[in-house]
Design a protein around this ligand. Structure first.
Ligand code: N2P
Length: 363
């Protein structure tokens, strides 16, 4: 009888014990920003289950993280301002390099660029990087405005151009953080000059085209709209446009998408793999980072999402068409003209979000 009770008890408790032993990593990453095959492979090789959530703007990520106890083990904030701000707030765990042997695969020159905000690169590894620019629906634009020069933000920000293209769909991603610096640059201002006067200039530029803008949407929705031909001009991230271009081509309905990063200087950004200070599964998070930094895994990711990575040894396995696409891997001239956004002080940050609400409301 007693033996039977023990067996029964064991049977009741077993599932709980197994669950307690199951290893999990909670990943919070940008949408359309990984090779699904890499995630499956990680689980197959390590036995660690991946719970995967996505966001599509820095504002969303920061909102979630600053509330604390997000429950995430891996996040992918842009070096500035989000990663820098979380770091300053003590919200990021230092990385244990001994658990990340593939750290040696990282490009030292790129890592040096982000060391300015994270001395010694103690809290983050570059995952992917890219620029901010315009996705253009070339087949429609050629029909509507064959004479328009398609080489920079004039296409969007000159009101006479926006007026001509309005009927085929102008969209802007919903992120003051990743939109305002490019607008300032276009207006001839220092994109990192954080003054109210500068913000007024950016606001004027945006308000000048507001009635021609069909939608201000999170970046994930912009990617979809470009891919299915609903957007003619869309301000968003480089690789998202190139993914949309590939999807549109595959669909074979004549939607032809192109990407334009302003020659005068595009915003360049670096997204960081980081572990929140209160992450529940820090060991599994280290294993995940280590896995992503493998050249073969990274090559698969770049091939899938069309963003360059920071693991030079991956290049050999990156498709030639992707590797040679200057919209994916910008050339030297573009890189030296580019700028990286800095982290605005609090009061300017507040003014930026008020400006953005007015832009969205259109008044
Ligand atoms: C992925 C968006 C890219 C990240 N869909 C921009 N930092």
């Amino acid at each position: 009888m007693i033996r039977r009770l023990i067996v029964l008890l064991a049977l009741l408790l077993l599932p709980g014990l197994v669950a307690a032993q199951e290893r999990v990593v909670n990943v919070y990453n940008w949408s359309d920003y990984i090779d699904p095959y890499a995630v499956q492979r990680f689980t197959r090789e390590t036995g660690i289950r991946v719970r995967y959530d996505v966001y599509d703007s820095l504002e969303t990520l920061e909102g979630k993280l600053s509330a604390g106890r997000s429950g995430y083990d891996i996040i992918v904030p842009t070096s500035e301002p989000t990663f820098a701000r979380l770091l300053r707030a003590g919200a990021l765990a230092p990385l244990d390099r001994a658990r990340i042997p593939n750290w040696r695969n990282l490009d030292p020159t790129l890592m040096a660029r982000v060391a300015e905000i994270d001395p010694g690169n103690r809290h983050g590894a570059i995952y992917l990087w890219g620029t901010v620019g315009l996705g253009l629906r070339l087949d429609r634009i050629r029909a509507i405005a064959p004479d328009m020069a398609l080489d920079g933000f004039d296409v969007l920000l000159k009101p006479e151009n926006a007026a001509r293209l309005a009927r085929c769909g102008i969209m802007v991603m919903d992120s003051p953080t990743d939109v305002l610096p490019s607008v300032l640059r276009w207006a001839g201002r220092d994109p990192n000059a954080h003054s109210l006067e500068d913000l007024r200039v950016a606001e004027q530029a945006l308000m000048g085209i507001r009635r021609h803008v069909r939608a201000i949407l999170p970046s994930g929705a912009i990617l979809d709209a470009l891919a299915n031909g609903e957007a003619c001009v869309a301000l968003t991230y480089s690789g998202d446009v190139i993914q949309a271009q590939a999807r549109a081509k595959e669909a074979g309905r004549g939607v032809e998408i192109g990407y334009v990063a302003p020659r005068q200087g595009a915003q360049l950004w670096f997204d960081m793999l980081a572990i929140p200070a209160d992450a529940p599964n820090k060991e599994a998070a280290h294993d995940f980072i280590n896995f992503l930094l493998r050249p073969d895994v990274m090559a698969g990711i770049t091939n899938q999402v069309r963003y360059p990575n920071a693991v030079p040894a991956s290049l050999a396995a990156v498709d030639v068409a992707v590797r040679e696409d200057r919209n994916v891997y910008p050339d030297e001239a573009m890189l030296s003209a580019s700028f990286v956004a800095s982290t605005p002080p609090r009061d300017i940050e507040r003014a930026r979000s008020r400006l953005w609400s007015r832009f969205k409301a259109g008044r």
